[in-house]
Design a protein around this ligand. Structure first.
Ligand code: MG
Length: 341
């Protein structure tokens, strides 16, 4: 028996804050279980937040339980929408946005990102980063040119190599990860990861409180560290569902259709058997198959009066339920012969 599990009933909390220095917030988020997403808008004036809102709007049109393929297609669609909007207005030219999303699939999750917004997973008290920044300094670290500590203060750390709206074709990073009951996930803009180091994030994520307690504390620490950027966090606790769910009504009806088919086949077989038997009686097949001698008349066996006296023709009257009609050889012939008037 295959049990299909319903989507995770993960509890979650999302927070966004303008920070201490900036006068408006270009971060946006979407928290619509099983899909969660953080976008960090980039661009002058209000352009960044428009790019981020275009992304949110596009993802909101997804089905309630999208597939990973649908999610990635929607992100590509948002890229085109941002490009089109930027081309239509001078004030919007050059706008772009990051994107980090997690689609909870119960025993697995799909993590998708573009840019330097991040996803983390806390498991058994240890924080693990699930995304690699699409940024210049991240490339330099991966290339061994600078180390991670140097990257934290490098002037190029805010320069991205990928962002939605930056090009007609973008490289979307996607990976499928396993999910265990008790896992806690974090999505965040660089307003958190650029100001609070991973060890402090881990300490907050390990807290016993609900996701809202952790989310509030993460924002507080970001602002306490200077609040130089907008900060957005989503904390998601994975809680495995316990109720099996029938995903497809067809799977409910399939056995019933199968039963109906079996009954129909049985009725058809019975009808055909009866027809064959009837035809055999009509033609005296059984009586002629083995015993009819050349020139012998079989017509008497087929006469209406032959049946009662030709009792050995049919198993039902032969006293042997397992007997195959006609298998008794000469006996059948004898019966047929005895049926002659
Ligand atoms: Mg930012």
């Amino acid at each position: 028996m295959t049990i299909e599990w319903s989507p995770s009933t993960a509890s979650h909390a999302a927070r966004t804050d303008v920070g201490v220095v900036r006068d408006h917030n270009e971060d946006r988020f979407l928290a619509r279980p099983p899909l969660f997403m953080v976008a960090d808008g980039l661009g002058g004036q209000a352009a960044g937040e428009i790019a981020a809102e275009l992304l949110v709007d596009t993802l909101q049109r997804l089905p309630a339980e999208p597939t990973a393929t649908e999610l990635i297609a929607a992100i590509e669609s948002a890229n085109r929408a941002i490009r089109d909007a930027a081309a239509a207005g001078e004030a919007l030219r050059g706008m772009s946005t990051t994107c980090v999303a997690i689609l909870m699939l119960d025993v697995a999750a799909e993590v998708v990102h573009v840019g330097d917004s991040r996803a983390y997973r806390l498991r058994a008290g240890r924080l693990e980063r699930l995304t690699e920044d699409h940024s210049v300094v991240a490339e330099l670290v991966r290339g061994g040119i600078i180390d991670a500590s140097e990257a934290e203060t490098d002037d190029r750390r805010h320069i991205l190599t990928q962002a939605l709206g930056s090009a007609n074709r973008i490289a979307i990073s996607a990976s499928t990860i396993d999910v265990q009951a008790g896992d806690r996930f974090l999505l965040c803009s660089d307003g958190l990861s650029g100001q609070v180091d991973d060890r402090d994030i881990e300490a907050v994520m390990r807290g016993d409180g609900d996701p809202g307690v952790a989310a509030d504390e993460l924002v507080r620490r970001s602002n306490a560290a200077g609040g130089h950027d907008n900060v957005t966090v989503i904390v998601v606790d994975a809680q495995m569902s316990i109720a099996p769910r029938v995903r497809d009504q067809r799977s409910v009806h399939r056995p019933i259709r199968g039963q109906r088919t079996s009954v129909a086949v049985a009725l058809l077989a019975a009808f055909l058997l009866a027809a064959v038997v009837g035809l055999a009686l009509g033609n005296g097949w059984f009586s002629t198959s083995r015993t009819a001698a050349p020139g012998a008349s079989v017509q008497p066996a087929a006469s209406p009066t032959a049946a009662p006296t030709g009792s050995s023709i049919f198993p039902a009257t032969s006293g042997s339920p397992g007997q195959v009609p006609g298998a008794s050889g000469g006996d059948v012939g004898g019966a047929a012969g005895s049926a002659e008037p």
